[in-house]
Ligand binder design. Structure first.
Ligand SMILES: Cc1ncc(COP(=O)(O)O)c(C=O)c1O
Length: 394
């Protein structure tokens, strides 16, 4: 089937389904009554599924936030950055040292947040280059780190870290492993329990196609114990709204400490129900099909991809502009071809564009979007031969 209408191929926020939008249009309810507690239970159960954790019942008063694997999911009213800050602010003491390897903007943001709360060794790799695992191993051998934190899927550069290998190193060295999974959870395999991750963060508006402004964390039993112990010893840094202890106290009751983002929670619950129906693996595969098609198509046409081969992301592809083309192409693509992709950040601004392949985007929309991108490149004078775009996504 050919896609008609706008193509929205941005790596979040992504388009929301009618079910998600309609759920948000539900009339107001109180934050403490049974209606909202039921909303929370459904959301918790959907989150456990998206995080690839053991299931829980979508029913209030059944401890929907936890399951057999011992992980707890905590909903945060705020975007992904808020959830990341909440984990870091509560899990580390000011004298803890953490290791943060980065290869893009969002990893650097993780390092930046950490600097507000603890000591940081920042291993800063060039944007889009793989981490040097030998260097990470050498650092961990020093035995001085409380944790290693990564941005699992670096949206700014389109590279996915080898989380499994890093998890194995962390386990061997007895170091906590924390992931910004904001553009990986729901869009590619993430295994918090298998990787023994202490905390994984996700944002609604990315791979799960929920609304912006709400996020969640999955915390291991050990992480919860450490957070409580640090609090009891009076060693937690300053925080109030983001106090995890308050959130943990309310979780048993399907509640949040402060007035939650009620309508966003309803919308996200509906979006997560769509994910349950599609299934994690089917969604991961759809994202992979779209990203693989985009990569092969543009490489065959002589374009360059920013990220190192072998670690290219299945939820976002960073493509360098050919000589002589800049972001005016993106404006034309939006205005004349009704197709949106996103530009680059910081020093790469105007040098590349990024194509998102996440959420509920149908493959047909990606195929049509690619055809329009190629037409727009031709209009800008770039020599693009006729090519069978559909064949790349078959
Ligand atoms: C990997 C990653 N981490 C963190 C963020 C920041 O998330 P938010 O804008 O939801 O705070 C983003 C947003 O694009 C992201 O892609």
């Amino acid at each position: 089937m050919t896609h008609s209408g706008d193509c929205f191929l941005v790596p979040g926020p992504v388009r929301m389904s009618d079910a998600c939008l309609q759920a948000m249009a539900t009339p107001v309810m109180t934050a403490r009554g049974p209606e909202f507690r039921q909303v929370m239970a459904e959301l918790n159960s959907g989150l456990r599924h998206a995080f690839n954790l053991t299931p829980s019942e979508p029913k209030m008063k059944t401890q929907s936030w936890t399951g057999e694997d011992g992980y707890k999911v905590v909903v945060v009213s705020g975007s992904g950055t808020a959830a990341m800050e909440m984990v870091i602010a509560n899990r580390f003491r000011s004298n803890d040292l953490v290791l943060v390897p980065t290869n893009g903007k969002f990893g650097e943001r993780v390092a930046d947040i950490c600097k507000r709360f603890c000591n940081v060794k920042h291993l800063q790799y060039e944007w889009g280059r793989s981490f040097d695992h030998y260097e990470i191993e050498q650092q961990l051998e020093r035995g001085c780190y409380e944790a290693l934190l990564i941005c699992h899927n670096e949206t700014s550069t389109g590279i996915t870290q080898d989380a499994e290998a890093i998890a194995e190193m962390c386990e061997r060295h007895g170091v906590a492993f924390v992931l910004d999974g904001i553009t990986s959870v729901g869009g590619m395999p993430v295994h918090p329990a298998k990787w023994k991750a202490e905390a994984v963060v996700m944002g609604a508006q990315k791979c799960t196609a929920g609304p912006s402004g709400i996020a969640a964390v999955a915390l291991s039993e050990h992480c919860v114990e450490r957070i409580k112990a640090i609090d009891q010893q009076g060693e937690t840094g300053p925080r109030y709204y983001f106090d995890m202890i308050s959130a943990l106290k309310k979780g048993d009751d399907d509640q949040t400490p402060w007035t939650p983002a009620i309508n966003l929670a309803m919308g996200w619950g509906a979006a997560l129900e769509n994910l349950k129906v599609e299934g994690n693996e089917t969604r991961w595969n759809r994202c992979a099909t779209m990203a693989d098609g985009v990569r092969r198509l543009f490489l065959d046409l002589g374009f360059q991809l920013l990220a190192d081969d072998g670690q290219r992301s299945n939820t976002v592809t960073a493509i360098m502009y050919p000589e002589g083309i800049d972001d005016t192409w993106r404006t034309a693509l939006k205005e004349k071809y009704h197709t949106q992709v996103i530009g680059a950040q910081d020093h790469l601004k105007g040098k590349m564009f990024r194509v998102g392949s996440m959420g509920e985007t149908p493959v047909d929309e990606m195929v049509e979007g690619c055809k329009r991108m190629l037409a727009c490149f031709r209009e800008f004078g770039h020599d693009v031969p006729e090519i069978d775009v559909d064949a790349y996504f078959a």
